[in-house]
Design a protein around this ligand. Structure first.
Ligand SMILES: *Cc1c(COP(=O)(O)O)cnc(C)c1O
Length: 364
């Protein structure tokens, strides 16, 4: 693949990876206990701190993001968990908490919606929770929640805020320090446009302090261990070294002021997609966007098809023209498709996809 062919793959994860980043992985192995690795780690950490908007270390896990969702729960203080559920990934967070033996109170709303803050506040005042889980950008529905407000409510009521920003961070604003998250995590393969296989998290000082006392935090996702090794620019176990090469290259390309440009580019891509859907609606093939206006993630859009228009056939027809979009998640497969307009995509690459989608829709 050459640079000129970038711009055809629009899954909401994994996202398309630039050839330069893939090429960066073709370097020889080094020992993860060497000075060379420590330098590599330091570059990655420095870039990730900028992406997370934090002065604290960002821990790098060789796992998918789900691993760090489990870490968030396992290392949290003892007690029940309040889970905000508005789609498949936020439901997974609640499931993980249950699987780790927590008592979970799930605040579930219709998929596509966001959980009203008044209800969150009411629940937090009613009962004491150790932690609140929420998805920033719910990739299954395209809805974005006000995680700053959720974290503030959690804090005000003595609970830790555990935030899944897997399809958010790197595409939509995340202010780890300013918003006071106790645990915020993302994965390599979404808005950061890296290959799958790494996950990143940043924790608050108070979360870290209590993690050391969490009785059943296991070993692979022991946050106290991550912190210990991160201090010497290492990881507790053998890391996916090749993916660190890709991460280093991507962080260098984002640069010191690049994260705000990324947010602006994602906002522009989302506007282009939203406008296109509105423009298409009178043609009768599309019913609109699943997430309500004002609560849409700038990284992913779930487009509902009109009655009688099979969304899976649209995904297939687009594939025949060399473009990839996502099918609707789970029960939404027949009635919606998902466009991942995130990572290193641009308004230009998204516009090319929308042109192809428009041609495909005209044939339905
Ligand atoms: C993709 C995704 C996950 C799961 O990430 P994996 O890397 O597949 O484990 C979790 N939450 C959200 C919001 C996601 O988009």
């Amino acid at each position: 693949m050459t640079s000129s062919t970038f711009g055809t793959f629009f899954l909401p994860g994994p996202t398309e990876v630039r050839p330069e980043i893939l090429a960066a992985m073709q370097r020889p192995m080094i020992s993860h206990r060497s000075a060379a690795f420590e330098a590599l780690y330091a570059h990655c950490d420095e870039g990730l701190r900028r992406a997370f908007r934090t002065t604290r270390p960002v821990f790098i896990s060789s796992s998918s993001a789900t691993g760090l969702m489990e870490a968030a729960i396992r290392n949290a203080p003892a007690g029940p968990v309040l889970s905000l559920v508005n789609g498949a990934f936020s439901a997974r967070f609640a499931d993980i908490a249950r699987a780790c033996g927590r008592t979970v109170h799930a605040l579930e709303v219709t998929y596509g919606e966001i959980v009203p803050l008044e209800i969150v506040e009411h629940e937090l005042r009613n009962q004491r929770f150790a932690a609140v889980t929420a998805a920033h950008s719910e990739t299954s529905t395209g809805a974005a929640q006000d995680v700053q407000a959720i974290a503030e409510l959690a804090h005000a009521n003595g609970a830790n805020s555990l935030i899944d920003s897997v399809s958010g961070l790197g595409g939509i604003p995340v202010e780890t320090d300013a918003w006071g998250f106790d645990f915020v995590l993302t994965g390599s393969q979404k808005a950061l446009a890296l290959p799958p296989g790494l996950a990143f998290c940043c924790v608050s000082d108070r979360y870290l302090a209590s993690a050391a006392d969490a009785p059943a935090r296991g070993r692979y996702f022991d946050i106290a261990e991550f912190a210990k090794y991160a201090a010497k620019h290492q990881t507790p176990n053998t890391p996916a070294v090749s993916l660190f090469y890709a991460l280093e290259a991507q962080m260098a390309s984002i640069g010191p002021s690049g994260i705000e440009c990324r947010w602006a580019r994602h906002a522009a891509m989302a506007s282009a997609v939203h406008a296109w859907v509105e423009h298409q609606r009178p043609n009768g093939r599309l019913a609109g966007i699943l997430a309500p206006a004002g609560a849409r993630s700038a990284t992913v859009t779930v487009v509902k098809t009109a009655t009688g228009v099979d969304a899976r056939a649209i995904v297939d027809a687009v594939a025949k023209r060399g473009f990839t979009v996502g099918t609707g998640y789970g029960k939404l497969a027949a009635t919606s498709f998902r466009i991942g307009h995130m990572g290193d995509h641009t308004v230009e690459t998204v516009s090319r996809l929308l042109d192809v989608l428009g041609e495909v829709l005209a044939g339905f």
